[in-house]
Design a protein around this ligand. Structure first.
Ligand SMILES: C[S@@+](CC[C@H](N)C(=O)[O-])C[C@H]1O[C@@H](n2cnc3c(N)ncnc32)[C@H](O)[C@@H]1O
Length: 288
Protein backbone atom coordinates (compact mmCIF):
# COMPACT_ATOMS: atom_id res chain seq x y z
CA UNK A 1 0.00 0.00 0.00
CA UNK A 2 1.24 3.48 -0.75
CA UNK A 3 0.16 7.06 -0.32
CA UNK A 4 1.50 10.57 -0.18
CA UNK A 5 0.52 10.86 3.51
CA UNK A 6 3.60 8.85 4.54
CA UNK A 7 5.48 10.47 7.46
CA UNK A 8 8.74 8.64 7.07
CA UNK A 9 12.10 9.42 8.68
CA UNK A 10 13.76 7.98 5.60
CA UNK A 11 12.55 10.85 3.42
CA UNK A 12 10.26 8.50 1.49
CA UNK A 13 6.98 9.90 0.21
CA UNK A 14 5.04 6.65 0.01
CA UNK A 15 4.70 3.71 2.38
CA UNK A 16 6.04 1.36 -0.28
CA UNK A 17 9.13 3.51 -0.75
CA UNK A 18 9.57 3.74 3.02
CA UNK A 19 9.53 -0.07 3.28
CA UNK A 20 12.15 -0.41 0.56
CA UNK A 21 14.44 2.21 2.11
CA UNK A 22 14.21 0.66 5.57
CA UNK A 23 14.92 -2.81 4.20
CA UNK A 24 17.92 -1.47 2.25
CA UNK A 25 19.24 0.29 5.35
CA UNK A 26 19.08 -2.87 7.48
CA UNK A 27 20.62 -4.77 4.60
CA UNK A 28 23.64 -2.44 4.76
CA UNK A 29 24.25 -2.92 8.50
CA UNK A 30 23.34 -6.63 8.67
CA UNK A 31 26.95 -7.72 9.27
CA UNK A 32 27.37 -5.48 12.30
CA UNK A 33 23.82 -5.65 13.60
CA UNK A 34 24.19 -8.25 16.38
CA UNK A 35 27.50 -6.93 17.65
CA UNK A 36 26.21 -3.36 17.86
CA UNK A 37 22.97 -4.49 19.49
CA UNK A 38 24.78 -6.21 22.32
CA UNK A 39 27.41 -3.48 22.66
CA UNK A 40 25.00 -0.54 22.63
CA UNK A 41 22.62 -2.13 25.13
CA UNK A 42 25.39 -3.44 27.38
CA UNK A 43 24.07 -6.97 26.81
CA UNK A 44 20.60 -6.08 28.16
CA UNK A 45 18.97 -6.92 24.82
CA UNK A 46 19.42 -10.63 25.60
CA UNK A 47 17.25 -10.27 28.72
CA UNK A 48 14.65 -8.17 26.84
CA UNK A 49 14.27 -10.86 24.18
CA UNK A 50 14.04 -13.52 26.89
CA UNK A 51 11.12 -11.63 28.47
CA UNK A 52 9.46 -11.18 25.08
CA UNK A 53 9.60 -14.90 24.29
CA UNK A 54 8.40 -15.81 27.78
CA UNK A 55 5.29 -13.66 27.33
CA UNK A 56 4.34 -15.31 24.00
CA UNK A 57 3.09 -18.58 25.58
CA UNK A 58 2.22 -20.47 22.37
CA UNK A 59 0.33 -23.76 22.59
CA UNK A 60 2.73 -26.74 22.47
CA UNK A 61 3.69 -27.68 18.93
CA UNK A 62 2.21 -24.51 17.43
CA UNK A 63 3.75 -22.23 14.84
CA UNK A 64 4.98 -18.86 16.12
CA UNK A 65 5.39 -15.83 13.89
CA UNK A 66 8.50 -13.75 14.57
CA UNK A 67 7.98 -10.67 12.39
CA UNK A 68 10.86 -8.31 11.58
CA UNK A 69 12.98 -11.24 12.72
CA UNK A 70 16.23 -9.64 11.47
CA UNK A 71 19.12 -11.94 12.34
CA UNK A 72 16.69 -14.18 14.25
CA UNK A 73 17.78 -13.71 17.87
CA UNK A 74 14.12 -13.74 18.95
CA UNK A 75 13.35 -16.80 16.80
CA UNK A 76 16.23 -18.68 18.44
CA UNK A 77 15.07 -17.64 21.91
CA UNK A 78 11.49 -18.73 21.13
CA UNK A 79 12.75 -22.16 20.11
CA UNK A 80 14.93 -22.38 23.22
CA UNK A 81 11.94 -21.71 25.47
CA UNK A 82 9.41 -23.72 23.44
CA UNK A 83 11.39 -26.56 21.82
CA UNK A 84 8.24 -28.21 20.40
CA UNK A 85 7.25 -25.13 18.43
CA UNK A 86 8.18 -24.04 14.95
CA UNK A 87 9.01 -20.44 14.11
CA UNK A 88 8.18 -18.50 10.95
CA UNK A 89 10.93 -15.85 10.89
CA UNK A 90 9.76 -13.13 8.51
CA UNK A 91 11.67 -10.01 7.52
CA UNK A 92 11.79 -7.57 4.62
CA UNK A 93 15.63 -7.42 4.53
CA UNK A 94 17.11 -10.58 3.03
CA UNK A 95 20.72 -9.85 4.16
CA UNK A 96 19.54 -9.77 7.81
CA UNK A 97 17.91 -13.21 7.47
CA UNK A 98 20.87 -14.61 5.52
CA UNK A 99 23.30 -13.38 8.14
CA UNK A 100 21.30 -14.98 10.95
CA UNK A 101 20.77 -18.19 8.99
CA UNK A 102 24.50 -18.63 8.38
CA UNK A 103 25.43 -18.17 12.03
CA UNK A 104 22.43 -19.42 14.02
CA UNK A 105 20.43 -21.99 12.09
CA UNK A 106 22.44 -25.07 13.01
CA UNK A 107 22.30 -27.94 15.54
CA UNK A 108 18.75 -28.81 14.46
CA UNK A 109 17.40 -25.26 14.65
CA UNK A 110 17.25 -25.17 10.86
CA UNK A 111 14.49 -27.79 11.04
CA UNK A 112 12.26 -25.62 13.24
CA UNK A 113 13.00 -22.01 12.24
CA UNK A 114 11.91 -20.98 8.75
CA UNK A 115 13.29 -17.64 7.49
CA UNK A 116 11.16 -16.00 4.79
CA UNK A 117 11.54 -12.60 3.15
CA UNK A 118 8.19 -10.86 3.55
CA UNK A 119 6.56 -7.51 4.21
CA UNK A 120 4.78 -7.25 7.56
CA UNK A 121 1.93 -5.42 5.86
CA UNK A 122 1.03 -8.44 3.70
CA UNK A 123 1.93 -11.68 5.48
CA UNK A 124 2.15 -14.85 3.36
CA UNK A 125 0.38 -16.84 6.09
CA UNK A 126 -3.13 -18.31 6.38
CA UNK A 127 -5.83 -16.86 8.65
CA UNK A 128 -5.98 -18.12 12.28
CA UNK A 129 -2.77 -20.15 11.90
CA UNK A 130 -0.25 -18.75 14.41
CA UNK A 131 -0.08 -19.83 18.07
CA UNK A 132 1.65 -16.54 19.00
CA UNK A 133 3.41 -13.64 17.32
CA UNK A 134 6.38 -11.52 18.31
CA UNK A 135 8.01 -8.41 16.92
CA UNK A 136 11.14 -6.97 18.53
CA UNK A 137 12.23 -3.45 17.61
CA UNK A 138 10.38 -3.83 14.33
CA UNK A 139 6.94 -2.22 14.61
CA UNK A 140 8.59 1.23 14.72
CA UNK A 141 9.85 0.63 11.18
CA UNK A 142 6.57 -0.38 9.58
CA UNK A 143 4.28 2.26 8.09
CA UNK A 144 1.40 2.36 8.45
CA UNK A 145 1.41 0.33 11.70
CA UNK A 146 -2.33 -0.35 11.33
CA UNK A 147 -1.63 -2.59 8.33
CA UNK A 148 0.74 -4.72 10.43
CA UNK A 149 -1.75 -4.90 13.34
CA UNK A 150 -4.47 -6.04 10.93
CA UNK A 151 -2.19 -8.75 9.57
CA UNK A 152 -1.21 -9.93 13.06
CA UNK A 153 -4.88 -10.13 13.96
CA UNK A 154 -5.71 -12.06 10.81
CA UNK A 155 -3.01 -14.73 11.15
CA UNK A 156 -3.20 -15.29 14.94
CA UNK A 157 -5.44 -18.01 16.33
CA UNK A 158 -8.25 -16.71 18.54
CA UNK A 159 -6.88 -16.19 22.06
CA UNK A 160 -3.25 -16.16 20.85
CA UNK A 161 -0.88 -13.42 21.91
CA UNK A 162 0.94 -10.65 20.09
CA UNK A 163 4.06 -9.57 22.01
CA UNK A 164 5.86 -6.41 21.01
CA UNK A 165 9.25 -5.25 22.23
CA UNK A 166 9.99 -1.62 21.55
CA UNK A 167 11.97 1.32 22.90
CA UNK A 168 10.19 3.83 25.11
CA UNK A 169 10.22 7.47 24.05
CA UNK A 170 12.73 8.40 26.74
CA UNK A 171 10.31 10.98 28.11
CA UNK A 172 10.66 9.87 31.76
CA UNK A 173 12.35 12.70 33.64
CA UNK A 174 14.93 10.54 35.34
CA UNK A 175 16.46 9.43 32.02
CA UNK A 176 15.47 12.20 29.63
CA UNK A 177 18.73 14.17 29.35
CA UNK A 178 21.00 11.16 29.35
CA UNK A 179 18.82 9.14 27.01
CA UNK A 180 18.49 11.97 24.50
CA UNK A 181 22.24 12.58 24.53
CA UNK A 182 22.74 8.89 23.92
CA UNK A 183 20.21 8.83 21.06
CA UNK A 184 21.27 12.08 19.38
CA UNK A 185 25.04 12.00 19.76
CA UNK A 186 26.48 8.73 20.98
CA UNK A 187 24.40 6.30 18.93
CA UNK A 188 25.07 7.88 15.48
CA UNK A 189 28.75 8.35 16.42
CA UNK A 190 29.31 4.75 17.50
CA UNK A 191 27.12 3.43 14.67
CA UNK A 192 29.18 5.39 12.16
CA UNK A 193 32.55 4.33 13.61
CA UNK A 194 31.68 0.66 13.63
CA UNK A 195 29.19 0.01 10.83
CA UNK A 196 30.18 3.05 8.72
CA UNK A 197 26.51 4.04 8.48
CA UNK A 198 25.63 6.95 10.75
CA UNK A 199 22.35 7.46 8.81
CA UNK A 200 21.01 4.12 10.02
CA UNK A 201 21.71 4.99 13.65
CA UNK A 202 20.38 8.54 13.26
CA UNK A 203 17.23 6.98 11.80
CA UNK A 204 17.08 4.73 14.88
CA UNK A 205 17.24 7.75 17.21
CA UNK A 206 14.63 9.73 15.27
CA UNK A 207 12.15 6.86 15.10
CA UNK A 208 12.53 6.11 18.81
CA UNK A 209 11.81 9.72 19.75
CA UNK A 210 8.79 10.10 17.49
CA UNK A 211 7.25 6.72 18.35
CA UNK A 212 3.99 6.73 20.36
CA UNK A 213 4.43 6.29 24.11
CA UNK A 214 3.32 3.09 25.84
CA UNK A 215 -0.25 4.24 26.48
CA UNK A 216 -0.75 5.46 22.93
CA UNK A 217 0.60 2.19 21.56
CA UNK A 218 -1.78 0.27 23.84
CA UNK A 219 -4.67 2.35 22.47
CA UNK A 220 -3.60 1.56 18.92
CA UNK A 221 -3.72 -2.16 19.72
CA UNK A 222 -7.18 -1.89 21.27
CA UNK A 223 -8.43 0.12 18.34
CA UNK A 224 -7.02 -2.47 15.95
CA UNK A 225 -9.22 -5.08 17.66
CA UNK A 226 -6.90 -6.70 20.23
CA UNK A 227 -7.94 -7.13 23.85
CA UNK A 228 -6.30 -7.77 27.26
CA UNK A 229 -3.62 -5.24 26.37
CA UNK A 230 -0.91 -4.48 28.88
CA UNK A 231 2.67 -3.31 28.99
CA UNK A 232 5.70 -3.99 31.15
CA UNK A 233 8.41 -1.32 31.40
CA UNK A 234 12.01 -2.48 31.53
CA UNK A 235 15.07 -0.43 32.50
CA UNK A 236 12.88 2.40 33.82
CA UNK A 237 10.92 2.60 30.59
CA UNK A 238 13.83 2.61 28.15
CA UNK A 239 12.22 -0.49 26.68
CA UNK A 240 8.60 -1.74 26.88
CA UNK A 241 7.11 -5.16 26.43
CA UNK A 242 3.54 -4.86 25.10
CA UNK A 243 1.20 -7.85 25.20
CA UNK A 244 -2.18 -8.11 23.45
CA UNK A 245 -4.54 -10.96 22.65
CA UNK A 246 -6.70 -11.76 19.67
CA UNK A 247 -10.29 -12.01 20.94
CA UNK A 248 -11.67 -15.51 21.37
CA UNK A 249 -15.12 -14.60 20.15
CA UNK A 250 -15.70 -14.74 16.41
CA UNK A 251 -16.30 -11.26 15.06
CA UNK A 252 -14.58 -9.70 18.07
CA UNK A 253 -11.72 -8.57 15.90
CA UNK A 254 -12.90 -5.84 13.55
CA UNK A 255 -11.46 -5.45 10.09
CA UNK A 256 -9.38 -2.24 9.78
CA UNK A 257 -11.86 -0.58 7.41
CA UNK A 258 -14.72 -1.28 9.85
CA UNK A 259 -12.64 0.21 12.67
CA UNK A 260 -12.66 3.59 11.00
CA UNK A 261 -16.23 3.64 9.65
CA UNK A 262 -18.80 1.89 11.83
CA UNK A 263 -17.06 1.09 15.11
CA UNK A 264 -18.27 -2.30 16.41
CA UNK A 265 -19.10 -2.97 20.05
CA UNK A 266 -15.87 -4.12 21.67
CA UNK A 267 -12.44 -2.49 21.89
CA UNK A 268 -12.76 -0.72 18.57
CA UNK A 269 -15.79 1.24 19.74
CA UNK A 270 -13.85 2.85 22.56
CA UNK A 271 -12.91 6.49 22.41
CA UNK A 272 -9.21 7.26 22.79
CA UNK A 273 -9.79 8.08 26.47
CA UNK A 274 -11.73 4.90 27.21
CA UNK A 275 -9.19 2.81 25.35
CA UNK A 276 -6.39 4.51 27.25
CA UNK A 277 -7.98 3.47 30.56
CA UNK A 278 -8.16 -0.14 29.33
CA UNK A 279 -4.39 -0.38 28.79
CA UNK A 280 -2.78 -1.80 31.90
CA UNK A 281 0.79 -1.18 32.93
CA UNK A 282 3.29 -3.48 34.61
CA UNK A 283 1.47 -6.68 33.79
CA UNK A 284 -1.63 -6.05 35.88
CA UNK A 285 -3.86 -7.64 33.24
CA UNK A 286 -1.99 -10.92 33.03
CA UNK A 287 -3.90 -14.03 32.00
CA UNK A 288 -4.97 -16.03 35.03
C1 LIG B 1 15.79 -3.27 14.50
S1 LIG B 1 15.63 -4.68 13.49
C2 LIG B 1 15.03 -5.88 14.65
C3 LIG B 1 15.52 -7.28 14.35
C4 LIG B 1 15.20 -8.33 15.42
N1 LIG B 1 13.78 -8.46 15.64
C5 LIG B 1 15.91 -8.07 16.71
O1 LIG B 1 15.30 -8.17 17.77
O2 LIG B 1 17.10 -7.79 16.69
C6 LIG B 1 14.20 -4.27 12.58
C7 LIG B 1 13.90 -5.23 11.44
O3 LIG B 1 12.62 -4.88 10.90
C8 LIG B 1 12.65 -5.24 9.53
N2 LIG B 1 11.53 -4.59 8.83
C9 LIG B 1 11.36 -3.26 8.62
N3 LIG B 1 10.22 -3.06 7.94
C10 LIG B 1 9.65 -4.28 7.73
C11 LIG B 1 8.47 -4.70 7.09
N4 LIG B 1 7.63 -3.85 6.49
N5 LIG B 1 8.21 -6.02 7.06
C12 LIG B 1 9.05 -6.91 7.62
N6 LIG B 1 10.20 -6.55 8.26
C13 LIG B 1 10.50 -5.25 8.30
C14 LIG B 1 14.02 -4.76 9.10
O4 LIG B 1 14.41 -5.34 7.87
C15 LIG B 1 14.88 -5.17 10.29
O5 LIG B 1 15.46 -6.43 10.09
Amino acid sequence: MSGPECESHTGATTHAEHGERVAAMFGRIAGWYDFLNHALSGGQDIFWRYRLARAARPEPGGMVLDLAAGTMDVSVELLRQYPECRVAALDFALPMLENGKRRKLKDGREERIFPVQADGRALPLPDDSMAAATIAFGIRNILPREDAYAEFLRVLKPGARLCILEFGTGSKRVWKGLYNFYLDKLLPFIGDRISGDSCAYRYLAETIKSFPDERALGCELLQAGFERVYNVPMMSGIVYLHVAEKPLKKGGAPKPAATKKAAPKKAASKTGKQASRSVKSSGTARRK
